[in-house]
Design a protein around this ligand. Structure first.
Ligand SMILES: [Zn+2]
Length: 124
């Protein structure tokens, strides 16, 4: 069962790399500069909805689409808990899947984010 979880993670990682390979990183709407992966991930950890562009210093806000995507990505980390309940997986299998999903989500998060100059409060 533990081996199965490693196969799942490996398969997802490859799929993930193919998908994000064709995607651009976050681009500032104000100065149109592409942020680096590290900058985007760092900004996404800040709890406020605004992120300051490291190039022009303008505040950027996550688009509603971006908020929805990051929410779904975070849900993915909890998916193994659901699988555990459904398939009676072992604790270590669940744990390793969660760690694997967490790393995967962290890697791909900056590729699914997009920002705009104004804040939108409508989430859906
Ligand atoms: Zn900028």
């Amino acid at each position: 069962m533990l081996q199965a979880s490693f196969i799942i993670i490996a398969a997802l990682t490859i799929m993930n790399l193919i998908v994000i390979g064709g995607r651009k990183l976050l681009v500032c709407e104000n100065c149109k500069t592409e942020w680096t992966w590290k900058q985007t991930l760092k900004s996404s950890f800040v709890l406020t909805t605004s992120m300051t562009c490291p190039y022009c210093g303008e505040k950027q806000y996550a688009t509603p689409k971006s908020k929805k995507r990051t929410f779904l990505l975070n849900m993915l980390i909890l998916l193994p808990l659901l699988l555990q309940a459904l398939f009676e997986m072992g604790v270590w299998t669940t744990f390793s899947l969660m760690i694997g999903f967490f790393i995967l989500v962290m890697i791909s998060m900056p590729f699914w984010m997009s920002v705009q100059n104004e804040e939108t409060f409508k989430i859906m």
